[in-house]
Design a protein around this ligand. Structure first.
Ligand SMILES: Cc1cc2nc3c(=O)[nH]c(=O)nc-3n(C[C@H](O)[C@H](O)[C@H](O)COP(=O)(O)O)c2cc1C
Length: 288
């Protein structure tokens, strides 16, 4: 199960995605998640909208090299200040969320943004991204979270992003958006065709989140081309029920389900997972 996530060695290809307001499910908020991720030897992306001060999250970690998720929020100055605070604390990569660009309305508002009380800025663009990047240390790895089309994935390669996370935010920002797993298939094929992933000259790292609920779901995303897979709500639920131990148990369970699924498709290592381990209903290979 050894692999690399955001450039760090991990013991499972499953990481904890950035979720705002960890205090909703755990008294010590993001500090709980950072500890659980460290115990499971995986990564936790520290969210911009954290419940506890960033310094407390860093203090709970034995190393300073945490990944920080950046939102350009309506209050742009405040969000950029927070970005630089994370960099000063030692953030080793910036994950820029690009799929939440408009205040939510109606039921989505009541179910989501109402809880955080902050709203993303609609002014994030490729140009704005370049400007923000120029304010960061030169070698800082940057990942775009929320890419859903092959076109944007190829543009991310062109501008030299370190990686992308195919995600639809768990379906929470745009009702009726396409299932993220289908986006992954399109994005990975386009990147493979462009020689950006899959060969010895890899130009971009590819990750996935949204809707992962079992080791089988992880397997599907890895087969389609993701290096690792993020989970969101499942670890909030685990934390709400059993705190840090709950998250560790959840990661163990998903990892062991993944191992079982790998055995069933005949893959003894992660690098053997490929699109041809999967088949679609209605297009079973003729040899079967
Ligand atoms: C309560 C909640 C808060 C979230 N907050 C953020 C956030 O602050 N930044 C972000 O990039 N994504 C956020 N997300 C999206 C997650 O990072 C992730 O993309 C999503 O939860 C994955 O889907 P899943 O919950 O089905 O696993 C949030 C999701 C939830 C459920």
């Amino acid at each position: 199960m050894d692999c690399e996530i955001f450039g760090k060695r991990c013991a499972t290809p499953i990481y904890l995605s950035s979720l705002a307001k960890g205090g909703l499910v755990s008294k010590s908020g993001e500090a709980t998640f950072v500890r659980a991720a460290a115990r499971s030897c995986t990564r936790f992306i520290v969210p911009s909208i954290s419940s506890v001060p960033l310094s407390d999250v860093w203090a709970a970690s034995s190393s300073t090299d945490l990944e920080f998720q950046f939102y350009l929020l309506g209050d742009e100055d405040a969000s950029i200040k927070r970005l630089h605070e994370a960099v000063a604390l030692g953030a080793s990569a910036i994950i820029v969320t690009v799929d939440a660009n408009a205040p939510r309305k109606g039921a989505l508002f009541r179910a989501t943004a109402g809880a955080t009380g902050v709203f993303p800025s609609p002014r994030l663009s490729w140009d704005r991204l370049a400007e923000l990047r120029a304010t960061l240390p030169r070698e800082m790895p940057i990942y775009l979270k929320g890419v859903q089309t092959a076109e944007d994935a190829l543009a991310a390669v062109e501008v030299g992003m370190t990686g992308i996370i195919v995600s639809n935010h768990g379906g929470r920002v745009c009702g009726d958006s396409i299932a993220a797993l289908h986006c992954l298939e399109d994005v990975a094929s386009a990147l493979r065709a462009a020689g950006a992933i899959g060969g010895s000259n890899r130009r971009i790292e590819l990750y996935f989140d949204s809707g992962v609920r079992s080791g089988r779901d992880v397997l599907k995303a890895l087969c389609l081309g993701a290096t690792a897979v993020g989970i969101g709500r499942p670890y909030y639920w685990a934390a709400a029920c059993h705190g840090e131990d709950g998250i560790v148990a959840l990661l163990e369970m998903l990892t062991s389900e993944l191992q079982h699924s790998m055995a069933q498709v005949g893959a003894s290592t992660l690098d053997l997972l490929a699109p041809d381990c999967l088949c679609r209903l209605g297009s079973m290979p003729s040899r079967l």
